[in-house]
Design a protein around this ligand. Structure first.
Ligand SMILES: *[C@@H]1O[C@H](CO)[C@@H](O)[C@H](O)[C@H]1NC(C)=O
Ligand SMILES: *[C@@H]1O[C@H](CO)[C@@H](O)[C@H](O)[C@H]1NC(C)=O
Ligand SMILES: *[C@@H]1O[C@H](CO)[C@@H](O)[C@H](O)[C@H]1NC(C)=O
Ligand SMILES: *[C@@H]1O[C@H](CO)[C@@H](O)[C@H](O)[C@H]1NC(C)=O
Ligand SMILES: *[C@@H]1O[C@H](CO)[C@@H](O)[C@H](O)[C@H]1NC(C)=O
Ligand SMILES: *[C@@H]1O[C@H](CO)[C@@H](O)[C@H](O)[C@H]1NC(C)=O
Ligand SMILES: *[C@@H]1O[C@H](CO)[C@@H](O)[C@H](O)[C@H]1NC(C)=O
Ligand SMILES: *[C@@H]1O[C@H](CO)[C@@H](O)[C@H](O)[C@H]1NC(C)=O
Ligand SMILES: *[C@@H]1O[C@H](CO)[C@@H](O)[C@H](O)[C@H]1NC(C)=O
Length: 641
């Protein structure tokens, strides 16, 4: 308070001074040159025209009034750095506009800004200022005030807004301000058409008086700590084009009368605690983008959503919505994406959402959606994500789905799909994740899967795939996870897997794979999990596997024979080797396996023994047991009986 008093005195003093002092243009030149010199030299190249030889009115970024005095300074987006010399700038008598947005200016903003009494437009937004913002109550002519995202902290002087009744644009969001209730000065700014108060620590309720701001076309209150209900007075904002309320803690229902906001194009009330049905939004005929995800909405998706002619983005995930999706949904406009995951939706997938050829995302994970995948999506070459896992979908997957050229995820797991993965997959050049587990898919995996070179995860587990694993799978250099378990795959494990150097998880359990375990698997240094249990693998366990550090290791129930490599004989792997009656143990650690007979011992060990002998180890020692350490490899004990 004392601060403002003091300031008013100074202001008066200054006013008396200037009243007897008629400014001249040469002063303005020096004021501008002073501004230039306050800015960092390395960033003022754009101000090269600012010099003694030019008229100030021809300076880059300067607009003069009819008398040749500076009226506007427009220097936004020029990467300027430095500290603004507000004391001298505000001596520019006729200054009405100061525009410094989108630079890298720093330092505090001082109360001297109050001297810019004629300012109508002030933009300091998107800079790196610090400290709290001063009370600038003198700037009663302001129409636009942009202070968003410029680093102001502490208490904001909300009271000053009471004096700024001409404001049409107020943008204060994205500043780390102290927590504050919704400022009651704001609903009195009747001329406001643009209010950006997102992410600036507003708490408590949205006041019903917000309904007085009938000129508003944009109201953004997202990323705050607002609670309580959305006041029904909001439906008086007939001109509203955008309403952003997401990421607060709003409760209750969507207000009755919301449907009156017929100009609304963008509505986002996601990530709140809202409940009740969403029937009001069905009447918002101009909606382009509707986001209501992460709330507790229930009831049906309004059938009217299917008639919205401009709808482009629809995100309703993580609610408790029931019923069918309107079948004509997204068919009218250049539809972009739908995410209705994690609801209780039933009925078929609306078939026309890609009709305009622009759709990028179809996400309907975890619902009770049934029927087939509409053939139209096989043609939808713009799709980046196709995820319908955990539904009740069935039928044959349209071939084009496998070959979607820009899709990075195709996820249809946990459904009742049947039929094969077709060779169209060779076109899926961007596909990182192919997740089709827990279906009734069948047939052979196409060899050309190796042409889908972006693949990171292939999850085809728990289906009825048969035939061989494509030999070329090892050319997939980014492959990280391979889940092939619980199918009817046969033949051998491809040697080429040894060149999948990024792989960490291989599960081929529960198939009919035969032949040897390729010893090259031992060279996969990133391998963390290897499960080959319940197959028909035979031969010895490759000694190379000893070098791997596996969290999960399972070779149980195969037809493996011969000695178990020493380092695999540890308790953590207990059970990993059961069900292979042909395996034997050469240590005392795995009591459940038969002991290896010396003459059936590993030939390598025999060779080591011979070397031992040849080196002149005593015959006496040899009869008790010879301990040798194989250089470069892990310790291998040889016990002789
Ligand atoms: C001026 O800019 C340079 C390069 O961006 C920077 O290193 C220097 O610290 C800046 N000086 C001031 C006074 O901002
Ligand atoms: C919120 O504002 C802070 C600055 O106060 C900024 O760093 C952050 O990115 C903003 N958050 C969002 C989600 O825009
Ligand atoms: C949100 O509101 C509910 C009910 O009013 C309250 O229980 C909860 O603590 C609030 N959550 C946060 C993060 O403020
Ligand atoms: C919605 O608008 C109609 C017609 O303008 C009006 O009669 C009705 O009272 C309004 N409803 C609300 C809740 O504002
Ligand atoms: C739809 O959402 C996408 C992705 O978030 C965004 O890039 C696009 O601008 C949105 N379109 C409209 C019209 O809001
Ligand atoms: C599938 O969805 C149900 C709820 O509908 C959920 O309980 C279950 O965990 C989900 N299963 C998977 C594998 O995601
Ligand atoms: C896919 O596109 C082709 C060519 O544009 C068209 O002939 C065919 O009917 C389309 N199929 C579907 C199912 O939309
Ligand atoms: C290996 O995979 C099979 C089949 O999915 C599973 O039953 C078994 O528990 C897995 N082994 C381990 C150690 O998890
Ligand atoms: C290891 O397996 C054997 C036989 O399967 C069992 O008796 C023993 O309890 C298991 N030990 C541990 C630590 O799981």
């Amino acid at each position: 308070m004392s601060n403002t008093c003091c300031f008013h005195q100074i202001f008066l003093c200054w006013c008396l001074m200037v009243c007897f002092y008629s400014p001249v243009k040469s002063d303005e030149l020096h004021l501008l040159l002073n501004l230039k010199s306050a800015l960092n030299k390395s960033t003022t190249i754009v101000l090269d025209s600012w010099g003694e030889v030019n008229s100030i009115c021809s300076f880059n970024g300067i607009t003069c009034n009819d008398e040749g005095f500076v009226k506007e300074i427009e220097l936004s987006g020029l990467k300027l750095t430095g500290v603004l010399p507000l004391d001298s700038m505000c001596q520019l008598q006729s200054l009405e506009k100061l525009s410094f947005g989108y630079n890298s200016l720093h330092g505090p903003i001082s109360e001297e800004l109050n001297y810019c009494v004629k300012l109508q437009y002030l933009d300091l937004g998107n800079n790196l200022f610090s400290g709290s913002f001063p009370d600038i109550s003198s700037l009663t002519q302001l129409k636009s005030l942009h202070l968003n995202n410029c680093g102001f902290s502490g208490v904001f002087p909300w009271k000053m807004l009471g004096k700024m009744t001409k404001l049409t644009v107020l943008s204060l969001g994205d500043n780390p301000l102290d927590r504050s209730p919704f400022p009651n000065q704001i609903p009195k700014l009747k001329k406001l058409n643009w209010l950006y108060l997102a992410n600036c620590s507003i708490e408590g309720k949205i006041p019903p008086a917000i309904g007085d701001l009938t000129e508003l076309i944009n109201l953004e209150l997202e990323h705050n700590h607002l609670s309580g209900e959305i006041p029904m007075e909001i439906s008086k904002l007939h001109k509203l084009w955008q309403l952003e309320l997401f990421n607060n803690n709003l409760t209750g229902k969507l207000p009755v009368g919301l449907r009156n906001l017929t100009k609304l194009e963008n509505f986002d009330a996601s990530t709140n605690n809202l409940e009740g049905d969403i029937s009001e939004v069905g009447y918002l005929n101009n909606l382009v983008s509707l986001h209501l995800y992460k709330n507790k909405f229930n009831g049906e998706v309004p059938p009217e959503l299917g008639e919205l002619k401009k709808l482009v983005n629809l995100s309703l995930y993580d609610n408790m919505l029931t019923g069918r999706l309107p079948q004509k949904l997204g068919s009218w406009s250049s539809f972009d994406f739908i995410d209705v995951s994690e609801n209780l939706l039933t009925g078929p997938i609306p078939p026309y959402m890609c009709d305009k050829g622009t759709m990028r995302g179809l996400l309907m994970v975890q619902n009770r959606i049934s029927g087939k995948i509409p053939a139209t999506y096989g043609n939808c070459t713009t799709l980046k994500r196709f995820r319908v896992n955990n539904n009740s979908l069935s039928g044959v997957v349209p071939a084009g789905i496998w070959g979607l050229p820009v899709a990075d995820i195709v996820d249809i797991a946990y459904n009742r799909f049947e039929g094969p993965i077709t060779s169209d997959i060779k076109n899926a050049k961007e596909m990182g994740i192919l997740s089709v587990g827990y279906n009734r898919l069948s047939g052979e995996l196409p060899e050309v899967i190796s042409e889908a070179t972006s693949l990171v995860k292939i999850e085809i587990n728990d289906n009825q795939f048969s035939g061989k694993i494509p030999q070329g799978i090892g050319v997939l250099k980014r492959l990280n996870v391979l889940k092939f378990q619980n199918n009817m795959l046969s033949g051998s494990i491809p040697e080429s897997l040894g060149s999948c150097l990024s792989i960490s998880d291989i599960n081929m359990a529960g198939n009919s794979l035969s032949g040897k375990i390729p010893s090259c698997l031992g060279s996969l240094s990133t391998l963390n999990s290897l499960n080959l249990s319940r197959n028909e693998l035979s031969g010895k366990i490759p000694g190379s596997l000893s070098t791997l550090k596996l969290n999960l290791f399972d070779l149980s129930y195969n037809r493996l024979t011969g000695p178990i490599p020493q380092t695999l004989s540890i308790e953590a792997y207990n059970g990993s080797l059961v069900g292979n009656p042909g395996l034997c143990s050469s240590t005392f650690r795995l009591r459940s396996f038969k002991r290896c007979r010396p003459d059936s011992s590993m030939s390598k060990d025999v060779r080591v023994l011979i070397v031992c002998l040849a080196l002149g180890a005593t015959i006496l020692l040899a009869s008790l047991g010879c301990f040798c350490i194989q250089r470069g490899l892990k310790e291998e004990k040889l016990v002789i009986h």
